[in-house]
Design a protein around this ligand. Sequence first.
Ligand code: SF4
Length: 248
Amino acid sequence: MASHLETTAISLSRELGTLDLGGRLALVAGADGRAVFTTSLGIEDQVITAAIGLNRLPIEVATLDTGRLFKETAELIGETEDRFGIEIVRFHPLKDEVDEYAARYGLNGFYESVEARHACCGVRKLKPLARALEGASFWITGLRRGQSGSRAETPFAEYDAERNLIKVNPLADWDIRALRAYVADNAVPVNPLHARGYPSIGCEPCTRAIKPGEPERAGRWWWENDEKRECGLHVPEAAIPSLNSSSL
Ligand code: SF4
C-alpha cells in the first residue's frame, strides 16, 4: 500500500506541473516541513537559486563542497551569494573519511575502478548530502529530463524512500534554451566553464568538456563505460553495489 508521503508526492507532482518555476518553488516553500535545495552551481541550479533569491522564498540553499571542485565553481558560490543576498551553506566531507579513502584507494583511486569511484562519491558527496538533508521534508534538485536517458522520466515530485522525504524537480520539463533565456533575463551568474564545453560540471578530476553531438553528461566520469553513470545522489544506493558493500 502506498504511504502518505508517496500519495502526497503524486498529487504534488500533478499540481507542480500546472505552475511556472516561481509558483512551483513557492508551493513547496509554503508546504509543511523544511525545504532544502542542494546546488552544484550548474546552470540548472543557478536558475533555481535565482528564483529562490529573487522571490525571497524560505528555502535553505546548500552545496556539497567536495574539496575537488573546479576553481571556477568555488568562486561562483560567493558570487551567487552576493548577487542574490542569500547564504549557500557548504557541507564538506569529513577529514577522517577522506584520509581513510586515500589510504585504501589512493587520493585519485576513483580512476581505477567503479567501486573506488563510488566510494569517493560516497565520502565526498553522499555523506555530506545526508547531513544537508537531515530533518528535511522536501529536497529540491535541478534534475531535467533532457540531461540524459536515465533522467528522461524525471517527475516534478517523487517519494525518496531511502531518505524518507519528497524530492522535488521543478525544472524537470525545462530545456537548455529556456535555461539560457532565464539566465539572460535575470542576470544570473553562471559557471564560465559552460562556455568552454562543459554543460554538466562536477568535481574537476571527474569532468571533461564534451565534443559536439555528445550527450550533456558525457563528460562526467568519461572513462567509465556505462550509459547510466551517476554519483549516487540521484539513484537509490541499492542500485550501486559498491556503496552498500563499502565501509567508507
Ligand atoms: S566526482 Fe570524482 S572526485 Fe568528486 S566525489 Fe565523485 S569520484 Fe570523488
